[in-house]
Design a protein around this ligand. Structure first.
Ligand code: IMP
Ligand code: MG
Length: 175
């Protein structure tokens, strides 16, 4: 075991994530049966989650990705959000589901919901793998939350972090 590896504690196993993503997919499938669902994955942290989630949704979905200026090297949102990559899809009258890895203070998602509500979408909702609900500073509703956790800084499963990607199958907390 390498040095950094020893400081990690596993909080979500591959199996647990897989089961929960399947449940979310079923729920989203039922809820959007009569809609025009567009998944908007938030790069980079949600790329693995979005890839797993879209394969559990039994509907014709459109998928695109956005990128926001967020954490960088720091561990907390600055409150100043900007969109570095806009979606390519036409969003008018679509049902947007923002797919995020973690909602922490809520700053990023509150900004994104507000931004996309101005695009004449029919609906804008949030699906997050992890809701750090206790850390919320800006009111935002996570419509589909995989897990509600309060575990410090999380890595793995493609989550945003300042190091190279490792442990893409499970989620770990840094001790
Ligand atoms: P918020 O704007 O404070 O809600 O921050 C949300 C953003 O911070 C998301 O895009 C996450 O990718 C990132 N984030 C928050 N907590 C963690 C964490 O524990 N690990 C990795 N990324 C995180
Ligand atoms: Mg992120």
């Amino acid at each position: 075991m390498t040095g950094p590896e020893r400081r990690r504690r596993r909080v979500l196993s591959r199996t647990r994530i897989h089961e929960r993503v399947r449940e979310l997919g079923r729920q989203i499938t039922a809820d959007y049966r009569d809609g025009q669902l567009v998944l908007l994955g938030v790069l980079n942290g949600a790329f693995v989650f979005c890839a797993d989630l879209c394969r559990e949704i039994d509907l014709d979905v459109e998928i695109d990705f956005i990128r926001v200026a967020s954490y960088g090297a720091a561990t907390e949102s600055s409150g100043t959000i900007s969109l570095l990559r806009e979606p390519n899809l036409d969003l008018v009258n679509k049902d947007l589901l923002l797919v995020e890895d973690i909602v922490d203070t809520g700053t990023t998602m509150a900004w994104l919901v507000d931004h996309f509500q101005r695009c004449a979408a029919r609906s804008v909702r949030i699906c997050a793998l992890i809701d750090k609900h206790e850390r919320r500073r800006v009111a935002v509703t996570v419509d589909y939350a995989g897990f509600v956790l309060d575990q410090g800084f999380l890595v793995g499963y493609g989550l945003d972090c300042a190091e190279r990607y490792r442990n893409l199958k499970a989620v770990y907390t840094l001790a």
